[in-house]
Write a protein that binds this ligand. Structure first.
Ligand code: ZN
Length: 242
């Protein structure tokens, strides 16, 4: 059965900033989607902020198994009601992959429950991404570490909850470190945060990054039934209790 992945992008930088447009002429979402489309397990569609219902009407969200999110300059424009629907879907089992500056998206912060800020700078630092949990499904087919020639630097302290699983740890040539690949579970849903992907670097064309995107989407896909909550009958009978 195919995994339905929806790649959501605010799609503003690529229409207003020449440097971003040059690298991602069809938008970051197109580059991210092209990595996922290489894997026959996925049915991939894209959605952007300026589409009707901010790209995610109920019908789309309900049919989405894994939602990939790239946002930066327009976090505040995302409707609170949509954020709440996303959070509910995640707790019911939908996967959520927050990329790069989506660490500060409303949906990621809602799901984390903390400030989610870090230090950052733009200095064309080299980024070295270490696989620190080599047996994790998101680390499949990746080397011990790999480099991106230039990325925006994010630096600890990164105000996220301690990850349930930390898959990647990054070092930057400007002297920074960051927990850059973090897994969380909320209800039946799985969440992955992955830091690389600033809009003026060709990060989403890097083969290792594209492998991470595919691995993460497969890992985050729903695997079980949404748990039931609230008052219920005892599971054991009176005689068994004695
Ligand atoms: Zn950035």
């Amino acid at each position: 059965m195919s995994i339905h992945v929806t790649v959501w992008n605010e799609y503003r930088h690529e229409r207003t900033d020449e440097a971003a447009r040059k690298i991602y002429p069809h938008g970051l979402h197109a580059a991210i989607a092209s990595a996922l489309e290489q894997d026959p397990r996925f049915t991939v569609s894209t959605a952007t902020l300026d589409e009707p219902e901010q790209g995610l009407p109920d019908s789309v969200l309900e049919a989405t198994d894994v939602l990939v999110w790239w946002g930066h300059m327009a976090h505040a424009e995302v409707a609170d009601a949509l954020v709440e629907r996303i959070a509910q879907r995640v707790e019911g089992g939908m996967g959520f992959i927050a990329l790069h500056s989506a660490h500060y998206s409303k949906a990621f912060r809602r799901l984390m429950g903390s400030g989610c800020r870090s230090k950052w700078w733009e200095a064309d630092d080299r980024e070295r991404i270490f696989t620190v949990m080599p047996g994790h499904p998101i680390a499949a087919n990746l080397p011990e570490f790999f480099d991106l020639p230039a990325e925006e630097t994010y630096c600890e302290h990164f105000n996220i909850p301690t990850p349930d699983e930390l898959v990647f740890l990054s070092w930057f040539s400007g002297g920074a470190v960051l927990r850059s690949g973090c897994c969380y579970h909320r209800g039946a849903g799985k969440i992955f945060y992955f830091q690389p992907g600033h809009e003026t670097y060709p990060t989403y064309y890097n083969e290792n990054i594209r492998t991470v995107l595919r691995n993460a989407a497969a890992w985050a896909a729903p695997t079980g039934k949404a748990p039931a909550y609230g008052k219920t009958e005892p599971f054991e009978t009176e005689s068994y209790k004695k």
